[in-house]
Ligand binder design. Structure first.
Ligand code: URA
Length: 232
């Protein structure tokens, strides 16, 4: 598979197209150890070793990113009013067609995955495979334990799938879901007479939020994390 050097560099998230052509002209890009000054050359990313300033750029067919979503940001690609999770990414990643894999409410914080791998994203969210998601939450008042939130309640005309709730005290807990109805957790606890006042996604498909990411920060998934998603 051949692709233009500048396309390879933008897809890898290393440089924007303009930066790539400037860097090439300045002799900062090498392919298999030789300086390449023309970014329109075609390379085979699986065979060649490309470096910028001596640092090897890893080829990625798809990009997978984890972000610690801050409150007040919407999990969409565009929004007329609010900032989106895509807006928080640097410029060289803006043109990769990244979109959030699933949704978090505007005021929900924590782990959100962004990708341009439509097929895997779709299958991770499909009812058949739906990846497990763990959230921590804080309630306004203790919830009514007689409401069967874990076995299932009627929501949007269907029973919710089994969920696991582990409380650490009367107001704080964790919930594990394998589906994602609109405002699901908030609506579940509302039905049990309480209100969710804080909600954070801690993990997705068994991959925990990297604790070193401050709100608004992101990093690429490691190959191992990406393989784990693919194996689900
Ligand atoms: N459930 C909710 O109510 N909100 C979210 O953001 C995610 C799950």
């Amino acid at each position: 598979m051949l692709m233009r050097l500048d396309k390879f560099l933008t897809h890898a998230g290393a440089l924007t197209r303009t930066e790539a052509s400037k860097a090439a002209r300045a002799g900062r890009i090498t392919v298999d150890g030789k300086s390449v000054r023309d970014c329109s050359v075609k390379i085979d990313p699986r065979q060649c070793s490309v470096a910028v300033d001596g640092e090897i750029v890893v080829y990625r067919q798809y990009t997978w990113i984890m972000m610690n979503k801050p409150s007040g940001v919407v999990s969409a690609t565009e929004d007329g009013r609010d900032k989106t999770v895509v807006d928080l990414l640097p410029e060289q990643l803006q043109s990769l067609g990244l979109f959030p894999c699933g949704r978090l409410d505007r005021d929900t914080v924590g782990l959100i995955m962004l990708t341009n791998d439509g097929e895997l994203s779709h299958s991770l969210l499909s009812p058949k495979h739906h990846a497990e998601k763990v959230y921590s939450f804080t309630l306004s008042v203790p919830y009514d334990k007689s409401v069967p939130l874990e076995t299932g309640i009627l929501m949007d005309g269907k029973m919710t799938k089994p969920a696991v709730i582990q409380m650490s005290d009367e107001l704080h807990g964790r919930i594990t879901l394998t589906e994602g109805k609109y405002h699901q957790i908030k609506r579940m606890f509302e039905r049990a007479g309480s209100k969710v006042v804080f909600l954070k996604r801690e993990s997705f498909g068994g991959i925990p939020l990297d604790v070193s990411l401050a709100p608004g920060e992101w990093r690429y998934l490691t190959q191992d994390e990406e393989d784990r998603l693919r194996a689900l």
